[in-house]
Design a protein around this ligand. Sequence first.
Ligand code: IMP
Ligand code: MG
Length: 188
Amino acid sequence: MTDQSALHGDPALSKILVRHDEISGRVQELGQEIANDYAGRAPLLIGVLKGGAIFTTDLARAIDLPVELDFMAVSSYGSSTRTSGVVRILKDLDEGIEGRDVILVEDIVDSGLTLRYLRKTLLARTPGTLEICSLLVREEQQQGELDDLVKYVGFKIPPVWVVGYGLDVGQRYRNLPDIWEYDTTVQS
Ligand code: IMP
Ligand code: MG
């Protein structure tokens, strides 16, 4: 079931952390939960590019409601595997969100810096409601605080760098169907 073909032999890909079939199952569950919570409404999913793009489009198809999609691109400067502390909007939304039921869809919450910045920016535009859905949350990060911030969580993962299913290192590996642990000590 697992896909090892695309980048087979890449020494930096140490092991699969979440298999594609587990991801698909969880995405279906999240979609149903959101469909129940937003019954009778038409939520706007805002995907955070580029990491959240694949999750956002799969999640949209798992929600049995008339959802709409928009995307934002942000960058915490550079292509390294460390958060720099500076968030910049590279692409803003196409439409206003005033009064809308907005669900912000992220790939992973690490320090929460990106998320907090986006949340503040979106709240200033007075949506009707704003909730956050993240595919991954790192287990050891300020738990209590993040639990309050992120309503829908796909998986909690250990403190390792991960790639695949949208997540990258230097723009690579986003197309892997599974989520892999990436060994940052290996030069590739
Ligand atoms: P934060 O601002 O520290 O929460 O960082 C969140 C952003 O950093 C995510 O949206 C990702 O783009 C990126 N990021 C954090 N951890 C990983 C990882 O393990 N793999 C790939 N990208 C990551
Ligand atoms: Mg991101």
